[in-house]
Write a protein that binds this ligand. Structure first.
Ligand SMILES: Cc1ncc(COP(=O)(O)O)c(C=O)c1O
Length: 492
């Protein structure tokens, strides 16, 4: 924490103890949250169930209610109005995956004796992903391996816990530190909080790439791991992975490449001739990677792969106990019981899409992204941040970009709001590669920019929330606000 941040935290904690200040803050929150609650809880009019019903409700009735909700929600993502979120979404693909999930709905990899098929699926998912990440380029003493986790966040957190335990055991590091570019995913900060690993942020340059000198400067005797993204969530930018790998190698520390977003795009984009720098196990300093099968791997939600350069490192991830009255217990990831159906569907996805399917999908995504990038460049009020491939962030020097976010939301679009600096992004998926979707996005974006230009004072939407978040020097206040938002989501 910087001295300035520390000072602000002290002022904030003191201010919160003053009842008048606290009441003022609460009032401001309440107004904002009341607005947000309306859109976060659209099913307030339907019957709610705060307790288990005394008698079970007819299955057909339940199915009908849920089908109604699904129908109300489906059009938006299916028609390509949402950034990221659903990465494939074609009917035939969904029907196939639904059959696999139904077929395996009872399976649980924790009981590997009862469902050995799940073990086969997971071993092969890891192997297919490792080969895609150029496992064959590693040396003889390496043996790239990994596990299937529940998503990108879990893959990242597992890797960070692994480095903490590895560094304690091998190097006696008791006050571990990680070096993380400011644009890396929040899951690294979450790992820092959960596992007591101090986070040292490295700044990014004008192209939103981690500054190599900053990373070098941050290395010390407590550093356990450096993190790079391929690409980053906010701006879709690939960090200087090769240079970062060199720093890690020199200092004999871990280097995790977060390819959660790009793992199932970049290998194919490279084959298609796009300018993709090396980002995988071809680089000798890369000791682990995360790649999300449930994003551009096109599996159903709930799987990701974390890979390690060798078995020794993976052992620091595994949990075992031999002293528990419940028997000999071991589990590879954070969960105990897990849904085997998701690993089954993931395996089936990789097999059914195949290399050519991924190449074709990536080609479509890149073509759509190029169309959209070109159109944004042609809108004089907007600019693109850095030089992204298919996750495109854009800001404005003239307009409140969050008002553009709201104007796009009125046109049904669900884009991501970013901050520091203020910007929006769209992660292009196969949903946007459908006929006419890119053209609709471009048209709506032009209209939204024109609208914000003529009505800059329009009220409501997310603009005031981002405005408040940007204007408050006290980050804890913003954090409290987000916790209260989570409370709303759990309100019956
Ligand atoms: C670069 C990157 N890393 C990690 C994650 C976290 O993935 P998940 O939401 O599956 O936990 C994301 C999610 O978008 C991401 O883009």
């Amino acid at each position: 924490m910087t001295i300035k941040a520390k000072a602000l935290q002290i002022i904030e904690n003191t201010a919160k103890k003053i009842p008048v200040v606290n009441r003022l803050l609460e009032k401001k929150y309440d107004k904002l949250l009341a607005e947000i609650e309306k859109s976060a809880k659209p099913y307030k009019d339907s019957k709610s169930f705060p307790s288990i019903p005394e008698n079970g409700i007819d299955r057909e009735k339940i199915l009908k209610t849920m089908a109604d909700f699904q129908q109300r929600e489906e059009d938006k993502w299916k028609d390509g109005f949402v950034s990221g979120a659903v990465y494939h979404g074609d009917n035939e693909h969904i029907d196939f995956l639904n059959k696999i999930v139904a077929l395996n709905s009872q399976s649980n990899p924790l009981h590997s004796d009862v469902w050995p098929s799940t073990g086969k699926y997971e071993a092969e998912i890891v192997s297919m992903t490792a080969n895609m990440m150029n496992r064959q380029a590693t040396s003889e003493k390496d043996d790239v391996c990994g596990v299937v986790s529940s998503g990108g966040t879990e893959s990242i957190m597992l890797a960070m816990k692994t480095y903490r335990d590895w560094a304690l055991d091998k190097k006696g590091i008791k006050k571990p530190e990680m070096i993380v570019p400011t644009t890396a995913h929040a899951a690294f900060d979450k790992s820092s909080q959960y596992f007591g690993i101090k986070i040292r942020h490295a700044a990014v340059d004008e192209n939103y790439q981690a500054i190599v000198q900053e990373v070098k400067k941050a290395v010390n005797k407590n550093t356990i791991v450096i993190v790079g993204s391929a690409p980053t969530f906010p701006h879709g930018i690939i960090d200087p992975i090769e240079e970062m790998s060199g720093i890690a190698l020199k200092h004999k520390i871990g280097f995790h490449v977060d390819a959660c977003l790009g793992g199932f795009v970049l290998p194919w984009a490279e084959k298609l001739g796009h300018d993709v720098p090396k980002f995988d196990f071809r680089l000798p300093g890369v000791t682990s990677m995360s790649a999300d099968t449930h994003k551009y791997g096109y599996a159903v939600k709930g799987t990701s792969v974390v890979l390690y350069r060798n078995l020794e490192l993976r052992h620091y991830q595994f949990y075992t106990t031999s002293d528990w009255p419940g028997g000999l217990y071991f589990s590879p990831t954070f969960a105990g019981s897990r849904p085997g159906s998701l690993s089954a569907a993931c395996w089936a996805t990789l097999l059914s899409v195949g290399e050519n399917g991924y190449l074709e999908a990536t080609k479509k995504i890149m073509e759509t992204a190029n169309k959209i990038k070109k159109a944004i460049e042609d809108i004089p009020e907007l600019y693109i941040l850095g030089n992204p491939l298919w996750v495109i962030s854009f800001g404005s020097n003239e307009l409140d970009i969050y008002k553009v976010l709201d104007a796009m939301a009125h046109r049904q679009w669900s884009l991501n709001g970013l901050h520091m600096p203020s910007a929006l992004h769209i992660a292009i998926t196969l949903r946007h590669a459908q006929n006419g979707v890119a053209e609709r996005f471009i048209n709506d974006l032009k209209e939204s920019v024109a609208e914000v230009k003529t009505q800059p004072k329009a009220k409501g939407g997310m603009a005031p929330v981002y405005g408040l978040a940007a204007s408050l020097p006290f980050r804890g206040v913003v954090g409290d606000l987000l916790k209260r938002y989570l409370d709303i989501l759990y309100k019956v």
